[in-house]
Design a protein around this ligand. Structure first.
Ligand code: THU
Length: 144
């Protein structure tokens, strides 16, 4: 059965994404991002962006969360919440970059995976992965 998420779980994910953002290592952009990734087994993985003096090794909060989960053998996901803002001040939604959307496409069903963008527990919006990455290329495209 698909994992549908209720209001309380959404609010929990928003709180957890804000907590995850506290660890953002972003001394170059000062743009702090946090992500809370809900696995279908109920576990929530935190991620933050981690920048680098050489710039290109920088990793986004969303991919940090995915790679933490996958590296522990968890590959089925229901939803992710992303928050972000300059100096950690949350004033607008921080949508996932294209690379992170592609990583989502690898592990998530575009028809059901939910992406929650939030400012706080009452100010948020939701998308399905298929809306954020229309006509996405995924593992199914390599079959046959
Ligand atoms: N960033 C994320 O963490 N997630 C995104 O999807 C967009 C961008 C980070 C990367 C970099 O550390 C900072 O935000 C500015 O681009």
């Amino acid at each position: 059965m698909e994992h549908t998420i209720g209001l309380a779980e959404k609010q929990r994910l928003i709180r957890e994404a804000i907590t995850a953002m506290q660890h953002s290592y972003s001394p170059y952009s000062h743009f702090c991002v946090g992500a809370a990734l809900l696995a279908k087994n109920g576990t929530v993985y935190h991620g933050c962006n981690i920048e680098n003096a050489a710039y290109t090794p920088t990793i986004c909060a969303e991919r940090t969360a995915f790679f933490k989960a996958v590296s522990e053998g968890v590959t089925e996901f229901a939803a992710i919440c992303v928050v972000g803002g300059k100096d950690g001040i949350l004033e607008q939604y921080a949508p996932p970059c294209g690379v992170c959307r592609q990583v989502m496409m690898e592990f998530c069903d575009p028809e059901t995976f939910q992406i929650i963008l939030a400012v706080d527990e009452t100010d948020y919006t939701e998308y399905l992965l298929k809306e954020m990455l229309p006509l996405g290329f995924g593992p199914g495209n390599l079959e046959k």
